[in-house]
Ligand binder design. Sequence first.
Ligand code: FAD
Length: 612
Amino acid sequence: MAGRCRTSKGALLALRAAQSFASRSCPRSATAAAPAPAPPEQPLADPAQPLPASSSGARHQQPPAPLPPPPAVDFADAQEAFRSKSSGELARGLLVLGLCSLEPLVDFSRKLLGQWLFEKLMKLTFYGQFVAGEDQEAIKPLIRRYSACGVGSVLDYSVEEDLTTEEAEKKELDSCTSAFEKETEQREKRYSVHRKFGDRRDGVISARTYFYADEAKCDRHMDTFLRCIEASGGSSEDGFSAIKLTALGRPQFLLQFSEVLVKWRRFFHQLAAEQGKVGLAALETKLEVEKLQEALAKLGVATKAESQHWFTGEKLGVSGTVDLLDWNSLIDSRTEISKLLLTPNIKTGQLEPLLSHFTEEEERQMKRMLQRMDVLAKKAVETGVRLMVDAEQTYFQPAISRLTLEMQRKFNQERASVFNTYQCYLKDAYDTVTVDVELSRREAWHFGAKLVRGAYMEQERSRAAEVGYEDPINPTYQATSEMYHRCLDYILEEIRHSRKANVMVASHNKDTVKFTLRRMADLGIHPSENKIYFGQLLGMCDQITFPLGQAGYPVYKYVPYGPVNEVLPYLSRRAQENQGFMARAKEEQDLLWMELKRRLFAGTLLSTPALS
Ligand SMILES: Cc1cc2nc3c(=O)[nH]c(=O)nc-3n(C[C@H](O)[C@H](O)[C@H](O)COP(=O)(O)OP(=O)(O)OC[C@H]3O[C@@H](n4cnc5c(N)ncnc54)[C@H](O)[C@@H]3O)c2cc1C
């Protein structure tokens, strides 16, 4: 098999490459046990809190003045919600929301009107409502206008190729299968590509989708993201920029690496079950080293003498147990225990290599992807912009999340410059959040998270049903909301204790926003501490965004931008919003009417928006 790199160890190399980008290693600061969160780094705004006895002279200083309580937020105040908008923009908002509710009209309008008329209609309506402008320059007025109302921006370059379903499927099939796999049937079904689900845009409304063509195209995406980061840096002091990792490389690598990570975690839980540790939370599941070594020897994975070496030293097993974080750290080239990377197949009981083979060309592609991520994160740090890595489908997400975590280890030493995204519709969201927070605690870097419910539900569910694996999504909307609030509460507690964590509550759900405000008050986290942010998409739920901004809460709009024709494919899908959105849109429509009527009677219908 000429030209093929049989000895390369795909995903392990990925991690090795990711880690080699790190300029310094991250020491494990604590023992393997998950301790109670560290005490606060800086005093809370609580005058009753005693000063530290060791701070000489501090006893004679006045305690810091308490921060004034944040003003109440009124989400029914139409005047406040739309103060940044002209009456024309309000009328357009009403029209667009109205059009969204007419599903058949949207479905058939392209055919009915013809391409030319359809595009004209889209430009006048949806583009103006959901997209900020064609390029970095064109979007500046909107960013300034929002900023004057206390609303920041997460710039999101939103072009999408206008591919037919067949074209999308072909690209996906070509880019998700390695040369090695074309000859063998190695990957689990969940992490293999399936023609029926090759068009990843299906059933996804508000997220745009990238398909791999070649490395040059990924470089162009990187350049675009770089310009987007520069624009964020140039337009505000504390901006964000959003990126998607599927734009930066061949998705085959994300699939393979995801499979490795998931199999490895599954092996941990299998070993835990053998020790009678079932049904515990991820961080509470701890393997006794003695028994673990025996089990590994019995399975033929490693002799006791070999595994002795893995679970000693400052890295592992300090407390005599191994938890999931210790276990995960074994997928790490620095330990050089490649034999460990065999896992038993649950069905057959046979040992299988955890890693897939990459050709030299595939290996180069993988390294280029990591380099692109690194270039973007460096640029973000240089320009003072925070980089938000979007979450995508579950068959890519474990790899996306792990690679983002590697960037956080490197770039979040001083502040949270890189943010990961957690989808709370996933059954394992709480475990993922708690494990990552714990890692940031042990290694003393700044945790940064965006919490969302998740955008790919329908696609995920039908893929799981059709391909034949467990549905990764919570069974009900209620369960997703509970998961969201549970994950959020965990991070809020972490912020209370260390002030090192940061979270963006990315949701249009008023109850979730109210829940956050209540918990912030309970926990004594003031909005001016700039630790908890809120995020909504441009053109949606201004009645949540603007009152929050006016009350002094850090709040951001995801601001898509890009040339009209290139954003249209994404917008056409936006025009087919789902029923959940429409229920909320009714409330927004009522508020828009209320404000238009108020302006009419006040004689200010034609005035320009007041922004002070
Ligand atoms: C600023 C911002 C950034 C975002 N970034 C991302 C991202 O990176 N990745 C991503 O995937 N999404 C992202 N989203 C989209 C997000 O995940 C949601 O799809 C969207 O915001 C709707 O959720 P909600 O909380 O706003 O509203 P809600 O109406 O309260 O929630 C709707 C959501 O609940 C969940 N849900 C609905 N019905 C059920 C059910 N029967 N069972 C289980 N769960 C159910 C689904 O996730 C659905 O989207 C982002 C959203 C915002 C506002």
